[in-house]
Design a protein around this ligand. Sequence first.
Ligand SMILES: [Zn+2]
Length: 564
Amino acid sequence: MRYSSSFGPVFLHGLCRILPPVFAVGLLPVVLGWGGGHDPLNEWAVSVFPEPVLAAVPETARAGIVRFSHAPDDFTPWEKQTRITIHPDDLAWLEAHGLKHPYSLHSPRGQAANFILLVRAFRAESPDRIAYWSACLLHTFADEAACNHDPILHVVTYAFREGYKLDMGPAGVLDFAQVSNSAEDREAIRAMLADYAPAPLAEDPQEALVQVMLLGLAANEYMTQRGARIARTFARSASAAAVADGRRALAELGVHAIRTGVDAIATARLLADRGTIPELTPAVEREFERRSQVFLARRPLASDAVFEGLLEPFGDGPAVGVLVEPSRSMDKAYLGFGSKLLSAAIMRSLRGAGISCRLVDIREPEFPAPERMPVAVVCAGGFHHPPTVERLRRYAGQGGRILLIGGEHRGVLGELSECLGKPADARLPVTPKYGQNNADYIADLRVHFTGGLEDSLGSEPCAFLRNPDTKAGWQKPRCDYVLTGENPHVQVLARLRDGERELDIAGLLTNPQGQTIGAFLPEYLLAPYLLTDSPPLDDPSRLELDRVGCTVLLHALGRMLPRP
Ligand SMILES: [Zn+2]
């Protein structure tokens, strides 16, 4: 599987609906991109097929493009498919290229393979094969732009709605099927497609293949640019105009998938007519990798609408730096997938408290010096970014202070890192396993604030109002670390009580001069709406920390920021 989570266990791409058991493989909980939206998406695609493609797929075969719109969400080996018999030539080709089941078509390499099989199907003048491989290609392209892969909407979907059951605005939309049903919706989509003329991706077969592989990166950027507009449809205070705009943004995602999918299908037809069948060579894969790196290096933070309104530094003078990264594709992230939204919420809470702050793109070659950025806030997640680890070490060496929300810590907290460990038998609020949650013990856990936090949060232990260990989603606020080592310079801020057992879960590190130079906070203490409902969520596109998270953050920062 290419979609590894930031921590290691395999997470499959996005999800509106958990697959029925017939699709499941082993214990993997498979989750999908669009839900019912794949059907209208493929229907619309057929409606804008150019003449040469239509000529190759007679009316009777076109239904297959919709019938197989969900085909790639399936781990059943090709040779055991029951709804279709894969042609022996295609079976042999798939086997030769190591693609074992329809789900493998989701990766860029799988999309390239899918494209080649489509060219071969046109070449063989086989309408059923053309319909099947077109359906699959349209599906995986659409998944790349499915809005539940957006940093805000993913959390809305799997945490706020399905997991926490928060009271959200009734007009919220997530699936293309919700914005393509009514006559008015259909008219809007028709208008969006009115000027569309299918265009080949490239004349050269190998270049076309590279283009097919790159489409997912572009689709992800197109999608995350629209995340906030769609998220606003879930605001309880959303105006009719905001809801209409969000619905339009969601429809645009579908239309984007239709356009790119049909362009690719038209290209396959063109190449087949010319007898130029692309080959999936190491050179193609290398070129895709090279151009991916160029694309991602250039992708602006502004393309992630989760950072809307936060790109400009806030306040004067030295500013707290909040480290962030751009989205790439699906759940790929150097920090945590959930870090983008949590970092945005932190920025809003800092601004609300009047604290000078700025986003710091982890791609910046060097972080600002401590004189300009006295504290760096890192929502670390899996923390798979050695350059950031190195920069933070240098920054700390220069006197910079690090507030790390873990996740992993990679030793950047010095003595505080040395105190962190993973007790094997601890029952923690978030489990590493996907789809297997802690429902049997989360109600037993209590968080006890200390180290001065009890003054503002009370000394009564807090229960989790909601289970952070959602059954699905890439956003789980996982932290496996607790403070296990003894160090007189570490002050504990919170303890986790599990019956008689007590674990120190958050702490500050003080240097011999009495200055607080580091903080470790588990992500589940800051992730909103786990320990309190206050203040209630209105607009998820402008998420802030809740009262508990904000208090913990500001308490730690208050100790770390140099006194004027
Ligand atoms: Zn899919």
